[in-house]
Design a protein around this ligand. Structure first.
Ligand code: BES
Ligand code: MN
Ligand code: ZN
Length: 433
């Protein structure tokens, strides 16, 4: 081709410039990368970030381009006996072209940050995609320990005996039915200049398989309940991104990890347990297990005197009904914290939507026999679940991200998305700036 210094040119149609949105931009990059991959090209220069999305700055476009490219490069074939056929040569180097010389510094910083985030997303997707027979609570614990070794973080794994000593009756009630021992995984990044600065604590739901327990789930799509540890995976992915970015911030990841299984020793509907907080809970449905493991983890978080606590959980099927697969549900007891997270979701294009936690909704949580039941009214199921958690999060500013609709995709492209690692990494990067 005359006047073009490249062997090949890939043209990507983006439609009308004025109508091009952020999601289409991201999709275009992902699709272009997949097309490039099939050609066997080893190097490519992208000019996509030049003209598009005039409302967004270079940093946004470069970050999204890098995340889109890394998304297009992602494969999960480690469980196949032979990896899928691909050209021998693969894309090794990508250059992103920015419009002005003055944008280079911002572009390079954004690219470095995005590569760290992409690594975190990659880890979260891999852990999510692994089947429940491999990704057990012990597996999550060893992944956390590997991260600690690699990045000089501090990792502590609490075993069943210690959980009993702490009085984590709700967490242990969920774990009872399983042959796999539960683990409470604690991973600390100590990056703050002031060593004892209050940390941000991330708490991730780590149910490595959710059968529902005695309140057994129906068979269709039950395989997808291997993704019920995607909150935990997002915590590990975010900790990896935080370590790679060397954020000057203290961050603690806490992961209650267990299976939820039926069996002769399993917890039964009507059973009453005492949580670490001292409150008693009547377990009316053993399938509402996420809140039972999270409530004890939230109480455990108090010992860090945190600046803020954010829990991340595939908590309710109702979330999929409310917001579909686009936005993560956000709940908070602090409006400034909610605004920070919403903003981080917008600038990382990993969006969340704020839902109410008004007192009126708490009325759905009444038990005749214990302090509180583990399920509320069916109406507004995601909100009553958040209300349950709120009762255990009084000691600090707290937010809850319900990622039931956003952590994985169903259908032919079934697989973990790595959300909301980008949101969380941006939130923490902004806090440390
Ligand atoms: N892990 C599920 C939530 C879930 C279900 C996420 C389907 C994504 C898709 C959670 O533990 C659960 O089972 N929740 C119950 C709560 C109910 C018993 C109050 C639900 O949503 O049905
Ligand atoms: Mn469940
Ligand atoms: Zn669950």
């Amino acid at each position: 081709m005359s006047g073009v210094p490249s062997d090949r040119v890939l043209l990507v149609g983006l439609g009308k410039e004025r109508e091009l949105g952020e999601s289409a931009f991201r999709k275009a990059i992902d699709t272009a990368t997949k097309a490039l991959r099939s050609t066997g090209a080893t190097e490519a220069t992208f000019y996509l970030a030049d003209q598009a999305l005039r409302k967004r700055d270079t940093a946004f476009k470069v970050e999204q381009a890098v995340l889109g490219i890394m998304e297009g490069m992602y494969r999960f074939d480690r469980m196949k006996s032979k990896p899928a056929a691909e050209p021998k040569r693969t894309l090794r180097k990508v250059v992103l072209h920015v419009a002005r010389r003055g944008d280079i510094a911002a572009g390079e910083a954004a690219a470095a940050r995005a590569m760290a985030i992409a690594e975190g997303v990659h880890l979260a997707r891999d852990l999510g995609n692994l089947p429940g027979n491999i990704c057990t609570p012990a597996h999550l614990a060893s992944e956390a320990q590997a991260l600690a070794r690699q990045f000089g973080m501090v990792c502590d794994v609490l075993e069943e005996k210690e959980l009993a000593k702490l009085g984590m009756g709700a967490f242990l009630a969920v774990a009872r039915g399983s042959r796999q021992p539960p683990k409470l995984i604690v991973l600390e990044h100590r990056g703050a200049k002031k060593k004892d600065a209050p940390p941000v604590v991330l708490v991730g739901k780590g149910v490595t398989f959710d059968t529902g327990g005695i309140s057994l789930k129906p068979a269709p799509e039950m395989d997808e309940m291997k993704f019920d540890m995607c909150g935990a995976a997002s915590v590990l992915g975010t900790m990896k991104a935080v370590a790679l970015m060397k954020l000057p911030l203290n961050v603690v990841g806490i992961i209650p990890a267990t299976e939820n299984m039926p069996g002769g020793n399993a917890v039964k509907p009507g059973d009453i347990v005492t949580t670490m907080s001292g409150k008693t809970v009547e377990i009316l449905n053993t399938d509402a297990e996420g809140r039972l493991i999270l409530c004890d983890a939230l109480t455990y978080a108090e010992r860090y005197k945190p600046a803020a606590v954010v829990d991340i959980a595939t908590l309710t099927g109702a979330m999929v009904i409310a917001l579909g697969h686009i936005a993560t549900g956000l709940f908070a007891n602090s409006d400034p914290l909610a605004r920070e997270l919403l903003h981080a979701g917008d600038v990382s294009w990993d969006r969340a939507w704020h839902l109410p936690l008004w007192d009126d909704y708490q009325e759905g949580l009444k038990s005749n026999f214990a302090d509180i039941p583990n399920i509320g009214t069916r109406a507004g199921g995601s909100i009553t679940a958040a209300c349950f958690l709120e009762r255990f999060a009084k000691a600090y500013p707290w937010a809850h991200l319900d990622i039931a609709g956003t952590a994985w995709k169903s259908g032919p492209d079934k697989g973990a998305t790595g959300r909301p690692v980008a949101l969380l990494a941006n939130f923490l990067a902004r806090r440390s700036a």
